[in-house]
Design a protein around this ligand. Sequence first.
Ligand SMILES: Nc1ncnc2c1ncn2[C@@H]1O[C@H](COP(=O)(O)OP(=O)(O)O)[C@@H](O)[C@H]1O
Ligand SMILES: [Mg+2]
Length: 230
Amino acid sequence: MILQVANLDVDYGKARAVSDVSLHVKPGEMLFLVGRNGAGKTTLLKTISGFIRPTAGTIDFDGADIAGLGAEQVALKGMRYVFQDKRVFSQLTVRENIELAAYPAGIRLADAIDTVVGIHPAIAKFLDSKAGGLSGGQRQLLLLGRALIGDPKLLLIDEPTEGLAQGTIREVFEVLDGMKGRLSMVIVEQNLSVVCRLADRVYAMREGRILAELTDPAAIADQAKLETYL
Ligand SMILES: Nc1ncnc2c1ncn2[C@@H]1O[C@H](COP(=O)(O)OP(=O)(O)O)[C@@H](O)[C@H]1O
Ligand SMILES: [Mg+2]
């Protein structure tokens, strides 16, 4: 297993947002996490990636316990989290945004740019644009490409198609499809047509807990069945 989470509890003050969650990710697997707003999906990803400390439970990543580490240390071990809010450095160019990710990873800028442009050639055309002026789809492509800098082993992606137009969702879908098998991924996604076409396995969350695990390809491909878990 590349990731093994056991009996994880996460609290915001007195409110429990993630409750006794156990899950695993296999090497090279594309795992999806579905569930309504407020189910605890973002909290779970932020906790795994070290942005939030759990109240209880263990997080084993690539053979080491990371439950006590902060986000920077977890990133150095080879995990990346792509935030739901699509945050970029708006005042900087796309190239400078890439540079800021390349530097801490010890990667040369030219190599980092190759990695980012490698996921979608269109990115080459807006390298010198201010990141704040990008469309939602362009921003998501930048974020996905940037997350691959330094060759991480596990990528956590929070709602990559949220707020995008249909044609742009297709573009992001194709990029995700192209990344499939290259590394392990956990993707939160409410667009179930994306889930049923890409997922190797699915966990459904409700009220902070894992409600179900779907492993049968026929069940995963059945969008109507997936909808019953929302
Ligand atoms: N920063 C926060 N402070 C307090 N409560 C929060 C915070 N972020 C999320 N919550 C609460 O935790 C629960 C889970 O939220 P979240 O993880 O964002 O769910 P999801 O990503 O599935 O929509 C919700 O009840 C939400 O209101
Ligand atoms: Mg969320």
